[in-house]
Design a binder for this molecule. Structure first.
Ligand code: SF4
Length: 95
C-alpha cells in the first residue's frame, strides 16, 4: 500500500480565512536590510511570501500552514507573526 503524496495530504486541510486581520506583518525595511526577505521567501513551504513588483515582500497569509519556520529564520524586528485568531487559520485533517 502506498502512502498519499504530501500534496494530496495537504489538500485535505481546511483554511478559514480571517479577512479582517492578517497574522503576519513584514517590516519591509528591516527584512531587506537583514536578508530576511530572501530567507522567508525561500523557506516557506506554503509559498506565502513572494517578491512584489515594487520590490517589497508580498504576503498571501491565507495559505499559511502555521509551521513557524519564517519566524525562526527572520532577523529581530523583520517579522511580526502570531497565530490567527481563534476559529481562523488552518485545520489539519489527517486520517
Ligand atoms: S508559518 Fe510556515 S507556512 Fe506560515 S508563512 Fe511562516 S513559513 Fe510559511
Amino acid at each position: 500500500m502506498s502512502l498519499p503524496s504530501v500534496t494530496d495530504r495537504l489538500a485535505t486541510n481546511r483554511f478559514v480565512l480571517d479577512e479582517e486581520q492578517c497574522h503576519i506583518t513584514v517590516n519591509q525595511e528591516v527584512a531587506r536590510a537583514t536578508g530576511t526577505a530572501e530567507r522567508i521567501i525561500a523557506c516557506c513551504p506554503a509559498r506565502v511570501y513572494s517578491w512584489a513588483a515594487d520590490g517589497t515582500v508580498a504576503v498571501e497569509y491565507a495559505g499559511c500552514l502555521e509551521c513557524g519556520t519564517c519566524f525562526a529564520v527572520a532577523s529581530p524586528g523583520a517579522l511580526e507573526w502570531h497565530y490567527p485568531r481563534g476559529g481562523f487559520g488552518i485545520q489539519f485533517r489527517e486520517g
